[in-house]
Design a protein around this ligand. Structure first.
Ligand code: ADP
Ligand code: MG
Length: 260
């Protein structure tokens, strides 16, 4: 069985892409076969994993020009593949808006890779448009990154509302995998306040692991690497390894491979 997790929040800059790259890499490092799907036209997950201007992308798959298998690339990590994005995807929402079953395109196109992976993570654009709706229709669950900043909870009502609409219309079994607190700064009172506010609102849906603000995390993408390969001993790497373990355990899977 594949577990398909979409990483969504319509706010930009909350840590979606960072989590997509680093959680995928950490789960892959634990020897679970993992696919990262980049469905954001900005293609930051694609470049962050070291792939520059792929010839074919999720765009061709979505509009039915290519089979998923011919667009998926391997990464330099043995257990991690990527279905990359390109800027072409910018026009996709407009192109597909009048198609019948427009929110099922990704789900239908990816049927052929069913059960080839243990985990599939999808990095979404900062909007609740058709690309995100396609991801929500395809996925089993949603991971919501929330930045430890002012107005952290703002807009989450809208996201939860969208999730409920998707559950009613196109994906009745969609669930919330968890809420992830990101860019936590231990020195800031605000960070602590946001943690308790988010826990009050979401209760045990909040991941125990909190991702700290860490310079290594923000440096790694410019080297085309996840933080666990860029600086394995950094707080950022340790946080994402711990998130991966928490997710693996939560999904009742046994840890594999060499872990620390
Ligand atoms: P989103 O995909 O939600 O727009 P990103 O993952 O691209 O957000 O993160 C926004 C910016 O914040 C990026 O420059 C990223 O490097 C930085 N960032 C994200 N998480 C952290 C972190 N834990 N520590 C430091 N910088 C971070
Ligand atoms: Mg992003």
């Amino acid at each position: 069985m594949t577990k398909k997790i979409v990483i969504a929040n319509q706010k930009g800059g909350v840590g979606k892409t960072t989590t997509a790259i680093n959680l995928s890499a950490s789960v892959a490092a634990a020897e679970f076969k993992t696919l990262l799907i980049d469905i954001d036209p900005q293609a930051n997950s694609t470049s962050g994993i070291g792939i520059d201007k792929p010839e074919k992308s999720v765009y061709e798959v979505l509009i039915g020009l290519e089979k998923a298998e011919s667009c998926i690339l391997s990464s330099y990590m043995p257990f991690l593949d990527i279905l990359p994005s390109t800027i072409n995807l910018v026009g996709a929402e407009v192109e597909i808006v009048n198609l019948e079953g427009r929110e099922y395109l990704l789900k239908n196109a990816l049927e052929s890779i069913d059960n080839k992976y243990d985990f599939i993570f999808i990095d979404c654009p900062p909007s609740l448009g058709l690309l995100t709706l396609n991801a929500l229709t395809y996925a089993d669950s949603v991971l919501i990154p929330v930045q430890c900043e002012y107005f952290a909870l703002e807009g989450l009502g809208q996201l939860l509302n969208t999730i409920n609409i998707v559950k009613r219309n196109s994906n009745p079994t969609l669930s919330i995998e968890g809420v992830l607190l990101t860019m936590f700064d231990v020195r800031l009172r605000l960070s602590h306040q946001v943690v308790s506010e988010v826990k009050k609102y979401f209760g045990d849906k909040v991941f125990e692991t909190v991702i700290h603000r860490n310079i290594r995390i923000s440096e790694a993408p410019s080297y085309g690497k996840p933080v666990i390969l860029y600086d394995a001993s950094s707080t950022g790497a340790q946080n994402y390894i711990s998130l991966a373990s928490e997710l693996i355990k939560k999904n009742n899977l046994e840890p594999r491979g060499v872990k620390n």
